[in-house]
Write a protein that binds this ligand. Structure first.
Ligand code: FO1
Length: 323
């Protein structure tokens, strides 16, 4: 007999991760799931500290996300951006008027000495979010993209260059100085932590920066809870974003098995899409528990269905590992 899940930790970044996060938030009770978010995409822009993956998650969980893009706020206006353009300012990174309020509040608080964990908690409370959202660390870490056109900062690659350069590798600048925040340490060693999910985010751009925080990988492995990843690749393609393109450029097969292999011995279990069920035996052959289920998340019901399957799968692994 399986026991009900007590607490789940979900690693997430980007729009794909936020979709499953919304499913988890709507499936589990407040406090049952904590989100740990990639901050490698963060940067200073126009004097403001921008944390795109935190904001994508906060807006998604508070029903504030722009439904067309997945990032930024719904019902957005662009007066500031237009005025910036008129005055010869930078407009390649589109900051909407309502979104600007978040960056102003965050930057002011960080400048006054608050930690990113504290600022994120305050924003989250103001937006009415009931599940804890933690940045992967409080120090600045910047994902740098190695490419055949040279190394560039993440948002220059992702937004300004539209992911066009051929990627050769990644560097998480500043990660050596990063530490696990007290809130994360508490979570990772909590006796009631029953499962760790890696959302179907980009493994290279969204999840690897989280795993690069010193002590993170070891703490995830040391946790009693099983670690389960959900493949962001369905039938050789990513639903959104450059995951498959990057895999091709790195010389990796563009399939769910390569994603499972990328995470390697960190994982106890893997969830791939029903269309890729033919890969199940190979994934299991590498020592993982694995299941196939629909992973395309178009509606809220799709997100909740996948969340429920993922939580049940984690629970099964926990139960089968418990003597
Ligand atoms: N993504 C874009 O493709 N173009 C943009 O102009 C853009 C602006 C933007 C502003 C605020 C924010 O929180 C996110 C924004 N994003 C934009 C998304 C951002 O680049 C994210 O880092 C990616 O979605 C990767 O997770």
């Amino acid at each position: 007999m399986t026991q009900p899940i007590r607490r789940i930790l979900a690693l997430t970044g980007g729009v794909g991760g936020a979709k499953l996060a919304l499913g988890l938030a709507n499936t589990l009770n407040p406090g049952q799931v904590t989100f740990v978010v990639n901050t490698g995409d963060d940067f200073e822009h126009l004097g403001l500290r921008i944390c795109p993956d935190i904001d994508t998650l906060l807006y998604t969980l508070s029903n504030e996300a722009n439904p067309d893009t997945g990032w930024g706020r719904r019902n957005e206006t662009w007066h500031c951006l237009e005025a910036l353009g008129q005055l010869g300012g930078e407009t390649w990174f589109r900051l909407g008027d309502r979104d600007l309020a978040t960056h102003l509040i965050r930057t002011t608080a960080l400048t006054a000495g608050a930690s990113l964990t504290t600022v994120t908690q305050r924003l989250s409370e103001r937006l009415g979010i009931q599940h804890p959202v933690l940045p992967m660390c409080d120090q600045n870490v910047a994902t740098m993209i190695g490419s055949t056109a040279g190394e560039m900062a993440f948002q220059h690659y992702f937004v300004r260059e539209r992911c066009a350069p051929n990627v050769t590798g990644f560097r998480f600048q500043g990660s050596e100085q990063a530490t696990l925040s007290p809130a994360l340490q508490e979570l990772l060693t909590a006796p009631d932590l029953d499962g760790i999910l890696i959302c179907p985010s980009n493994p290279f751009l969204s999840v690897d920066p989280i795993l690069a925080v010193p002590g993170m990988r070891a703490a995830l492995k040391a946790a009693r809870a099983p670690v389960v990843a959900i493949s962001p690749i369905i039938q050789g393609a990513a639903i959104k974003g450059p995951t498959a393109k990057i895999m091709a450029e790195l010389g990796l097969p563009q399939d769910a098995l390569a994603v499972a292999r990328h995470y390697g011995d960190l994982l106890d279990g893997f969830i791939l899409d029903s269309h890729d069920a033919s890969l199940l035996e190979d994934v299991r052959g590498s020592g993982l528990d694995a299941i196939a289920t629909p992973t395309l998340m178009l509606t809220l019901q799709d997100k909740m269905n996948l969340a429920k399957v993922a939580v049940d799968f984690v629970n099964e692994i926990t139960t089968s590992n418990t003597p």
